[in-house]
Design a protein. Structure first.
Lengths: 453, 116
């Protein structure tokens, strides 16, 4: 079969747990026995995660077939085999965690319905199916990401406080309220994020409207430099009997590490690539997913595959150091997962070739660099001038931006750099810093309509 | 594996080293679009830099990056003063760690938007 068609959602059915009828929303809110105000998870006084993003991504189907905060047995199975209780593969525990004091104040028990408020307004409900304890969050954090001893194929260094994902899990509160979430008061995305909001059902409809049968996804947490642009363009030459019809950029929006670009600059920077005509808008679509990155390289790539398969993508490009920070994982660990598997994580074969695995196809790419001999952006597996190559290093590029040096066109498109400067003026800083992260967790990416109950 | 550091040279820095022996040590990057000095650090010096700055990391090229901007500024000053790209320059920078950290603290809140 030469033709590749839109894949089914992971788990076979797109999860949609959003009540759009305000009267039904009010009725569900009134049936709750207690209310809880969502606050970000903190570490050393700085926000590192907000569970509201997980609730959004679950209820809009990005994480299908996950429907809520996980029960203990499900978390244990994920840590052991990276599978949900219904057998479908999944990389990370997702839980609604509270303190013992909060549990006492709420007075809820199994079978109760809890109202979750965001920005002081009704947002979602949680139907509690189990209440369980995390005995040792540090152990949970370590099991989540692996160790050099247990996962020698890809883990190079023990995780520590420099790894944001590990800190997120280590900082979980001890009580987990497990159960399904339902959004009962649909949030409105704020600009500029609103025009990039394409949850799975909408993105599938958008591809059909554009006549896209094959779509390749590009994961990003970066403003695109030329290396990213060429990765997108060249990876999209895959497809079936013709290159992929569409390229979607899916930007991860949420708390990031200091030094990453602000989310606003990331989405508009990618949009500038198509507005500038470098990849024409008819072939390029910028979208977002709400998620506080765990930086789990191969594990994060599995989540990315799930998200983008649910969004209807047929292919996913993966480069070097995918969703990585530091040198905890081997730099091509993601490609190992998607080519031959990582047995110690429960995958003796690629995540495409295991039962209850993924349908989205990997396009594993090596590197792009500038070659002064070829005088072009070259692909590492084509260009023979390895001694003369000049690699695109994200941190080198960030250093250049921070020093206020105007980037040459061979590094940033001028339209993209203008976006960086636009948001630099807004936030007084070109990158995420403590001030940005703290203010962002107050502002969030959404506003909620009033709902009197 | 050897570790390196790069110091980008904008027009102001190029002017500051004009006519000196340092001009011969300029690396042309990205087809001549960028000028830079490249320093090769001994293992000891690389470790000292990494230990001194929490944010510092080694990128895929083997370059130490994500140091404060004040570090890069100071590094250029020391290079210009010593007319050298050797470990002695790093010693000069490390002797000014407190000054760099103080400047970095201010720069973590605000960086002026460049005017072009």
């Amino acid at each position: 079969m030469l033709r590749i068609e839109t894949p089914p959602p992971h788990g076979g059915r797109l999860v949609e747990r959003v009540v759009r009828d305000p009267e039904l929303g009010k009725k569900l809110a009134k049936s709750c026995v207690a209310a809880y105000d969502i606050q970000p998870t903190m570490s050393k006084g700085v926000p590192i995660r907000n569970v509201y993003r997980e609730i959004m991504s679950i209820c809009y189907g990005f994480f299908s077939p996950v429907e809520g905060s996980m029960e203990k047995a499900e978390v244990e199975r994920i840590l052991k085999e990276r599978r949900l209780l219904n057998d479908w593969i999944f990389p990370y525990p997702l839980v609604f965690d509270i303190t013992e004091e909060e549990l006492k104040d709420l007075g809820v028990t199994v079978g109760d319905r809890l109202l979750l408020r965001l920005k002081g307004k009704p947002f979602a409900i949680l139907d509690i199916s189990e209440i369980w304890r995390i005995d040792n969050p540090e152990e949970l954090a370590t099991k989540t990401f692996g160790t050099p001893e247990d996962n020698p194929e890809v883990v190079q260094e023990a995780f520590n406080a420099k790894m944001p994902g590990w800190v997120i899990y280590k900082s979980l509160k001890p009580v987990v309220l497990a159960g399904k979430y339902t959004i009962i008061n649909e949030p409105k995305l704020q600009p500029p994020f609103d025009r990039f909001w394409f949850p799975p059902r909408k993105s599938r409809e958008e591809y059909a409207r554009r006549g896209w049968r094959t779509v390749i996804a590009h994961q990003t947490r970066n403003v695109p430099h030329i290396g990213h642009e060429f990765l997108m363009k060249d990876a999209a030459y895959t497809g079936d009997m013709e290159p992929c019809h569409g390229i979607i950029v899916n930007a991860i929006i949420g708390v990031k590490r200091a030094g990453d670009y602000p989310d606003e600059a990331i989405v508009e920077g990618h949009e500038a690539v198509n507005l500038g005509g470098y990849i024409k808008p008819e072939r390029h679509l910028v979208t977002i997913t709400l998620w506080d990155m765990r930086y789990g390289n191969p594990l994060e790539s599995m989540l990315h595959g799930i998200i983008r398969q649910n969004m209807g993508c047929t292919h996913h490009m993966f480069g070097r150091d995918h969703a990585a920070v530091g040198e905890y994982y081997e730099m091509f660990a993601t490609q190992t997962l998607w080519s031959k598997g990582i047995p110690s994580f429960g995958f003796p074969a690629s995540v495409n070739d295991v039962p209850y695995g993924l349908h989205i196809r990997p396009q594993n790419m090596r590197e792009f660099w500038y070659c002064p001999v070829c005088n072009e952006i070259a692909y590492s597996e084509c260009c023979g001038h390895t001694k003369q190559k000049q690699k695109f290093s994200g941190s080198f590029v960030r250093g250049m931006v921070a020093e206020g040096i105007f980037p040459p066109k061979v590094i940033f498109r001028p339209e993209v750099y203008k976006v960086i400067v636009k948001w630099w003026k807004e936030f007084d800083f070109p990158f995420c810093n403590e001030k940005y992260v703290k203010e962002k967790e107050v502002r969030l990416e959404v506003d909620l309509p009033d709902m009197d109950i | 594996m050897s570790k390196y550091m790069s110091v980008l040279l904008d027009d102001k820095r190029m002017e500051a080293i004009k006519g000196s022996s340092l001009e011969e040590k300029i690396d042309k990057m990205f087809g001549g679009a960028l000028n830079a000095f490249t320093l090769k650090l001994s293992d000891n010096k690389a470790k000292e830099v990494m230990d001194a700055f929490f944010t510092a990391r080694v990128d895929s090229r083997g370059f130490i990056t994500d140091v404060p901007i004040a570090f890069s500024r100071t590094l250029f000053e020391e290079i210009a003063k010593a007319k050298s790209l050797g470990d002695d320059v790093i010693d000069g920078v490390l002797a000014r760690v407190d000054e760099i950290k103080e400047a970095a603290e201010k720069e973590s809140e605000f960086l002026p938007v460049p005017e072009f």
